[in-house]
Structure formats: structure tokens, C-alpha cells
Design a protein around this ligand. Structure first.
Ligand SMILES: *Cc1c(COP(=O)(O)O)cnc(C)c1O
Length: 389
């Protein structure tokens, strides 16, 4: 088969003159750290996702850390989450010496299996931390019912969510304690590195804002501008998690084109679906009308035991790479990583769905910079590899 000339990266940001213009303004203004661009990004982001407050920080990891701190997670507490996620989701629970209690995933959606949450609850459960994997909404209706019945908090890892779509998941507004977004380089919108805590709770927003900047009760922008003054008070040993104006400037431009970028990702997902649907070697991801399409999580159908399945997937990755197509795998479940294995004594079979789905997952490139030719090259390469498994 014809091989594409240049390697197609797995992910690329969509940067154009609008980011350059916003960043230029920030740089030329003389104010490059947390200031007016951050304020503006927070208010525009809050409006898009339909939240009362948005607090901009330098990562989603920081956002989740602050949210857990704001609901007063303590040493020995338990937080229910999914093993099928990135390192950040569980490490922020460990920051408090609290325990991430994993609940296996739903085999269709890759999201936390809500029917298994009940059995993971204990008197020590402080919160539920679901992940909207790939941009596919977790079953928040059920999660909220369970949390409300038990009087525990919900904090959403919305690192994969599309901001515009998120508001449509929550037509009546989110009553989660906090929703945390990521603006990492590969995410639905990016600031290079960045994150946002969104909440409708005034006290949580205030606490996150203060703890994001050293536990200081007034931010530097207010202190140093004409209307500010020199006095501040340290109210707690906080962190250094604030977003810079340079990053926020990029975020403003990204946010304004996020609907366009989502529309293109949706087109790509539909093209993949059409090409792979019905192929006995492939299983297309579950669709959802409000999917954010951060990832296109394809699954490979392979006969044999788990190790054979894993080998087939590894070969699939290599074969696509040799055809100049970049891919990735989402995610290596947390419970099979050395830290969690050693800390809690897990074996892969402790969360069998997460483990077996991981072994046959391969994420295909899906980003707005991809041309129709790029998409067709991925389709051709995947079908060719699948035919020759
Ligand atoms: C990327 C990611 C994060 C962390 O986001 P950062 O902004 O890099 O801290 C958290 N959770 C999930 C599921 C992610 O994919």
C-alpha cells in the first residue's frame, strides 16, 4: 500500500494568528503574570461552562488538588474514583494521605461503572471523583444521587471535556462541589499548561483562589495596581498554582474557537466510525450526542488470552507507526502501575474490565489541524493493518 510521506503526530495544537495576537497584547502590556487576561479568561470560561465561579490555575492537577483541599479531605479519608485515568486523578488524593478507592469501569464507555459505586462506599468516603473519559460524560445523574444520599461531595475530572459541550451536560447547572478542566497541550483547548476549577459554591471558590496563591488573602494584581495597596495576610500555607496572563491570553483565543475545533473533531470521529463500523477486527467507541471527542478510543478484537490480546495491540501500534501514523494508548490503568501495586497490593485482575479493555485499546489522532488527507491516511492504514493481523 501507498505510505504517507511525513509522520502524522498523534496530537497537535491548533494555533493561529488569534493566539499570537492575544499573547502579543499580554506581553506588550507590561503585565505578564496573573492579571487582567486571567480575569477575562475566568469570566469567559465561566460563562461558556455555565458556572458561577472559575478559578484559573497552572494545571488540572492543581485544580483537583485545590478542590479536594477546599472540601477538607484529610489523612485516612477515602475518595472513590476510576483506575482508568491519568496519574493526576489519583495522585491528588494521595497528596492528603487519603486513599483512592478504585471502582472498575463500564465496559462500553470506559467511565466509572456507577452500579459498582455503592459497594465501594464506606464511613470514610469523603467524595466521588469521576472522569469524563475521552470527553464522554460520566453518568452524573446516578453519581449525584449516590453522593446526595450519603452527603458526600462530587468533584469532576473534566480534563477531557469540551468546555462548550460541558454546559449542555448540565442543563440545570452542575451541583458538583467542583469541576476541574485541563489546558494541557493536547487537550480540547490549551494554554500550554493550565487548568480551571469551576464551582457554584462561593466558599469553595474563595478557598481555591486563596490556596492557589500562597494562602494570601489578596492577589498581586490587586496589590500592585493603583487601586490596590501593599497589605496582605497569609491565612494558610497555600500553593503556587496561579495561571499567568500569557497563558490566559492563549486560552481566550482557544476558547473562542473551541466550537469550531470540536466540530472538526466530530467530523473526524464520524469518518472513522463510517470506515471501521462492521469490521470484525475493530470496535468503534460508543457514540454520544454530546461527546467532546478529546480522544478516539478504538478497540481491537483479538482472539486468545489477555497476553495474546496485548501482543496484538502492541503490534497494531508498531504497524501504524511504520506507516507513519502516530497513536497512543489510554490509559495504563493506575492499579497496574508499581506505586499503586506496591501501596495497595493490587493485581491486574482486581479491576478486570479496566485491565482487559486497556489491553485492546488504541487511540487514533483526532485534532482540528488534521486535513481530510490525514484522516484518510489514518483510515487506510488502520484498515490495512486490521486486514493483515
Ligand atoms: C491530562 C489529564 C489530567 C491532568 O491535567 P494537567 O493539566 O496536565 O494537570 C487529569 N486527568 C486526566 C484524565 C487527564 O487526561
Amino acid at each position: 500500500m501507498k505510505q504517507r510521506q511525513a509522520f502524522l503526530p498523534f496530537a497537535l495544537p491548533d494555533i493561529d494568528g488569534s493566539e499570537l495576537q492575544e499573547v502579543k497584547e499580554a506581553l506588550e502590556s507590561g503585565w505578564i503574570t496573573t492579571g487582567p487576561k486571567v480575569k477575562q479568561f475566568e469570566s469567559e470560561f465561566a460563562a461558556v461552562v455555565g458556572a458561577k465561579h472559575a478559578v484559573a490555575v497552572n494545571s488540572c492537577t492543581a485544580a483537583m488538588h485545590l478542590a479536594l483541599e477546599a472540601i477538607a479531605v484529610q489523612s485516612g479519608d477515602e475518595v472513590i474514583t476510576t483506575p482508568y485515568t491519568f496519574a493526576a486523578t489519583a495522585e491528588v488524593i494521595r497528596y492528603f494521605d487519603a486513599k483512592p478507592v478504585f471502582v472498575d469501569i463500564d465496559p462500553v464507555t470506559f467511565n466509572i461503572n456507577v452500579d459498582r459505586i455503592e459497594e465501594a462506599l464506606s464511613p470514610l468516603t469523603k467524595a466521588i471523583l469521576p472522569v469524563h473519559i475521552a470527553g464522554y460524560p460520566a453518568d452524573m445523574k446516578h453519581i449525584r444521587e449516590i453522593a446526595a444520599r450519603r452527603g458526600i461531595a462530587v468533584i469532576e475530572d473534566a480534563a477531557h471535556a469540551d468546555p462548550g459541550t460541558f454546559s449542555k451536560w448540565n442543563a440545570r447547572g452542575s451541583d458538583s462541589a467542583a469541576v476541574c478542566f485541563s489546558f494541557y497541550a493536547t487537550k480540547t483547548i490549551t494554554t500550554g499548561e493550565g487548568g480551571m476549577v469551576c464551582t457554584n459554591d462561593d466558599a469553595i471558590a474563595d478557598r481555591c483562589r486563596i490556596m492557589a496563591l500562597h494562602g494570601i488573602s489578596r492577589d498581586a494584581w490587586k496589590r500592585y495596581t493603583a487601586e490596590g495597596n501593599w497589605f496582605y495576610e497569609i491565612t494558610a500555607p497555600g500553593y503556587k498554582y496561579n495561571m499567568t496572563d500569557v497563558a490566559a491570553a492563549m486560552g481566550l483565543a482557544q476558547l473562542r474557537k473551541s466550537d469550531r475545533m470540536l466540530a472538526r473533531r466530530r467530523e473526524i470521529a464520524q469518518a472513522y466510525d463510517r470506515a471501521f463500523e462492521g469490521n470484525s477486527r475493530l470496535q468503534i467507541p460508543n457514540s454520544h450526542i454530546l461527546h467532546g471527542w478529546h480522544l478516539y478510543m478504538l478497540r481491537i478484537n483479538a482472539a486468545g488470552g489477555l497476553s495474546t490480546v496485548g501482543d496484538v495491540r502492541a503490534r497494531f501500534v508498531e504497524e501504524l507507526k511504520s506507516r507513519n501514523i502516530g497513536t497512543s494508548v489510554h490509559f495504563i490503568p493506575l492499579h497496574i502501575h508499581p506505586y499503586y501495586r506496591e501501596m495497595y497490593g493490587y493485581t491486574p485482575e482486581d479491576f478486570p474490565v479496566a485491565y482487559s479493555e486497556y489491553l485492546r485499546e488504541i487511540s487514533l489522532p483526532i485534532y482540528s489541524k488534521m486535513s481530510d488527507r490525514d484522516v484518510q491516511d489514518v483510515v487506510d492504514a488502520v484498515l490495512d493493518v486490521a486486514d493483515n493481523l
